[in-house]
Design a protein around this ligand. Structure first.
Ligand code: FES
Length: 113
């Protein structure tokens, strides 16, 4: 099973974590299954950007980004070259390392910017 290394995030995962998930699972589902409560305001249907992660290792091992995801990602807070919407990023065989950005659009709207 591929491993996901999650870099420390002050609120969601202060110590960082390493979890395992079945191949074919989205990163978002894998995080939720391990009580790492990343936002997923649209329920994982590529209609928000709150599940945004930056893939620090293993980016190329994930499924390809589709146009819908690219369009949504353009609106994400802190977009980077290796950004993905975690609900659309499907694990393959390789391990990955992800960083959960400090803010999502939801929090930014609440005045944390
Ligand atoms: Fe909304 Fe991923 S949960 S795009």
């Amino acid at each position: 099973m591929p491993k996901i290394t999650i870099l420390p995030h002050a609120e969601l995962c202060p110590q960082g974590a390493v979890i395992e998930a079945e191949q074919g699972t989205s990163i978002c589902d894998a995080l939720h299954n391990h009580d790492i409560d990343i936002d997923s305001a649209c329920g994982g249907v590529c209609a928000c950007t709150t599940c945004h992660v930056v893939v620090r290792e293993g980016f190329k091992s994930l499924n390809e980004i589709e146009e819908d995801e690219e369009d949504m990602l353009d609106r994400a807070w802190g977009l980077q070259p290796f950004s993905r919407l975690s609900c659309q990023a499907i694990l393959q065989e390789a391990d990955v390392t992800v960083e959960i950005p400090k803010y999502s659009i939801n929090l930014a709207k609440e005045g944390h910017q």
